[in-house]
Write a protein that binds this ligand. Sequence first.
Ligand code: MN
Ligand code: MN
Length: 468
Amino acid sequence: MAEEKTKTALLREELMMKEEKGIRNLSSEEIAEADEFCEGYKRFLNAAPVEREATAAALALAKQRGFIEYDPGAVYQAGDKVYCVNRGKAIALAVIGKNGVKNGARLSIAHIDSPRIDLKPNPLYEANGLALFKTHYYGGMKKYQWTAIPLTLHGVIVKLDGTAVEVSWGDEPDESCFCVTDLLPHLAQEQVTKPMAKAFTGEDLNVLVGSRPYPEAEDEKELVKLNVMAILNKKYGITENDFLSAELCLVPSFKAKDIGFDRSMIGGYGHDDKVCAYPALMAALNAGVPEDTCVTYLADKEEIGSDGNTGMQSDFLRYLIYDLAKQDGVEGYRALSKSTCLSADVNAAFDPTYASAFEARNSCFLNNGVVISKYTGHGGKYDTSDASAEYMGRVRALLENNGILWQIGELGRVDLGGGGTIAKYVANMNVDVIDLGVPVLSMHAPFEIVSKTDVYMAYRAFLAFFQA
Ligand code: MN
Ligand code: MN
């Protein structure tokens, strides 16, 4: 016979938070669905290390599913699907709702740029028989992590006649790649005693790109550099001056891989924030005919503060909402004021190896589902949008009512550091917004780690938000 529960035990059950069961709440079918969903995610991640490629990959998937280019002069019906590309580096996908944007739009906004190493405008030089690129890092990084790993060159070069050449070198298995060198431990006695920020500086991020002199030369001047330029000229038709009008960057060459004996996680470059961009994109593709118009925006420049015309501080998305509102016969600012947003960005998963950086009761954990961050920022809640209790309540109910595994998470221990997302720029447009995304281990490292079930729960959350 079962033991009868005491009054205290019953009261505890009624009033107190249950122990977090995380992935144990999920059925084996749900876990299998998550694994399947992540196969598509890995393909997207591998195809889209930088924002231009992510935009192209998202556009290709959207076109396959019937999205057409947005025309501000056209009349749209519920269920129509349109896209709007911002300078090749960001993309908005809208699914027209039954109410249009009269009651506001539902926005899911992720970013598709990730920390990386950009080339300086005048990058190529020769030193001691080696050809190297001078670089300027992009986004927050621990610079030592980018040494002694294979790197791939991506980007675009615009020539004087205006033609653009797309560059991708190092992704194919038989293609060469590039590398930042590091000092051998035998001679690193001084280096290893320096603070990390000084042991390896931004100006040390020089990328090795060649070592053989131009053959059959008639003099000895910068022949290794000349040889590199000759190779680049042959492949891309460029001269050294063309680097002046280029956007070239180096990203890790390794592809996404399953992690763990149980294959429960994915390691890869650029999870922050493609791991939210892809689920938000798939939710847009599968939104059906929503009540309110749903807009997924994949933004650029988040890692450097969202400045610039492809970042979230630009008016691009605002103008799109204004155009949609005009078509619905309402003022753009009124449509915005009624809009709601999920700022789709990652948070730092609790890492037992660095437990002291976190406050466990308010951290997110791998496999506990999609993470809601009411605020990010630093210090005394500076530089963040602190979502209202009302909006938090709505999102919480949405997740609970749709059986979506979710958790809350602050970004680490108070006053240890901090970080921001695009949420505050969306909030500044008078939109209700909260951060919702995937917990990440080793965030901003060349190889970041996420849980497959968390990725899938992010997709379920965006879809429920669009279809509610
Ligand atoms: Mn991010
Ligand atoms: Mn980031």
